[in-house]
Design a protein around this ligand. Structure first.
Ligand code: G6P
Ligand code: MN
Length: 445
């Protein structure tokens, strides 16, 4: 008999969940499922996404049951895969992260700079609590985790759930960039074979091979990207700040003499520029709240009111979602032991021999029934090693600070962050963040 999988989505009330549900519909022949449970601690948002999911499945996937709950036992009992994408403190706290950083003269992004630090300190306890619950009710479930800041979360889950190879931390940015590069070469992503190294939101493509000919297309892509005309975003469902980010890639590529940098490096390598173009009173969190977030929930309301997707903007045709596709494809590769390649976070045990043992590096991996196994990458050059060791030390200290409740380590972490780099500023930031995060952070002594 054909095996049908049961999925739980932690962060079921997220604006990303409708996309994942649509992707599950899209992949139903390849990856058959019998049940999706949405789990969230915010009953109201969850109900909207849950009702939408029930309508979607009734119309396009009647064999799949949709349940939504705020009860961990109900959510995680007898589950095969947990897709986790929670945002501890939601966008309101993201706004605080970003604005407190700006107040102290630093760029405070969602996952990078001091913003990422503050979010990490909220995310670690929240993510760990959910994993504990999953392990209580489904000890063997695969946990595919998107929750940010993924680098810090990965370092924490590695330590707290030592040896649990069924927790896999992923990010859709490298694969999203690969999609852009495929477009540049007039190819599909799946025709390309990338080589990539770094930490999450802190990495570089070193080669992009054409699978058929073996040719390395990276030099060509570099040339095209650095000479790209201005992109205005027209005709794409994309916010202004992302248009800015994609345009800035041209400069980042020109300035790096060999690789293709991940766009998130802009915050660490160009912090002054990032700070100067950000509005301290209207940051990315505001843009998301007023844009994508609002739009998604309005569309859900429309579907719920009509009781059907028919004729609504969120009809199942809109299923080309990289974010959702990536997590579902990874689950498929694990479930069916396909040995496909993915870019994911793994413990460094010789993958990059001149980076610290055990660091959570983001590299190309083989995904199969055993989880993700990294391909050996090799040694990296001095510039990258210096940057990555500094960044990893910052991430490690952030996790230490959170797990040990150490004020001093939190201060050291922020001091090491390239977007801060100054002890008094780090202290002032930390004190403001402690005040703002009373309901979320562990107490720091
Ligand atoms: C990319 C990153 C994610 C990030 C997302 C949304 O996909 O890989 O980690 O959360 O973008 O960022 P935004 O600023 O649009 O909320
Ligand atoms: Mn990411």
């Amino acid at each position: 008999m054909e095996r049908k999988f049961r999925i739980a989505i932690a962060g079921g009330g997220s604006r990303y969940t409708p996309g994942i549900l649509r992707m599950l519909v899209n992949r139903k022949e390849r990856f058959p499922i019998s049940k999706v449970v949405l789990y969230d601690n915010e009953a109201e948002r969850q109900e909207k996404v849950g009702k939408y999911g029930q309508i979607l499945m009734k119309e396009y996937y009647p064999e799949c049951e949709v349940v939504y709950t705020t009860d961990a036992k109900e959510a995680f009992t007898d589950i095969d895969f947990v897709f986790m994408q929670i945002r501890a403190g939601r966008l309101k706290m993201r706004e605080m992260d970003e604005k407190i950083a700006m107040k102290h003269g630093c760029i405070g992004q969602e996952t990078c700079g001091p913003g990422g630090f503050a979010y990490g300190m909220r995310s670690i306890p929240a993510v760990c609590k959910i994993i504990e619950d999953v392990r209580k009710y489904s000890p063997e479930a695969w946990i595919l985790n998107y929750s940010n800041p993924a680098a810090i979360v990965a370092e924490a889950t590695k330590r707290v759930f030592k040896g649990d190879h069924r927790i896999i931390n992923i990010c859709d940015m490298p694969i999203g960039l690969l999609g852009i590069y495929a477009y540049v070469c007039q190819k599909e992503s799946k025709q390309l074979e990338p080589r990539y190294f770094g930490l999450n939101h802190f990495g570089w493509f070193t080669h992009i091979y054409d699978k058929k000919t073996g040719e390395d297309l990276l030099p060509y892509i570099r040339k095209v990207v650095s000479n790209m005309p201005e992109f205005d975003g027209k005709g794409f469902d994309i916010d202004k700040s992302w248009v800015e980010t994609f345009n800035f890639l041209r400069t980042m590529v020109k300035d790096s003499d060999e690789y293709l940098p991940n766009n998130y490096l802009q915050y660490y390598l160009y912090p002054k520029r990032c700070f100067s173009i950000e509005d301290p009173n209207y940051t990315r969190a505001n843009e998301v709240m007023d844009g994508m977030e609002k739009k998604t929930f309005e569309m859900l309301d429309e579907v719920i009111e009509k009781g059907s997707l028919e004729g609504t903007e969120i009809g199942k045709e809109q299923i080309t979602d990289g974010h959702a596709g990536y997590i579902v494809d990874l689950a498929y590769a694990i479930a069916f032991n396909t040995s496909e390649k993915f870019i994911a976070m793994c413990e460094n045990h010789g993958t990059i021999p001149n980076l610290p043992e055990g660091a959570m590096v983001e590299v190309v991996c083989i995904a199969n029934g055993q989880g993700v196994e990294p391909l050996t990458f090799g040694e990296i050059g001095t510039f990258y090693k210096g940057l990555l060791e500094n960044q990893y030390a910052y991430e490690k200290l952030t996790v230490d600070a959170c797990l040990e409740g150490s004020y001093h380590k939190a201060w050291q972490a922020l001091t090491l962050n390239r977007c801060v780099n100054d002890m008094p500023t780090a202290k002032a930031l930390l004190d403001d963040y402690i005040e703002a995060n009373k309901d979320y952070w562990p107490e720091l002594k």
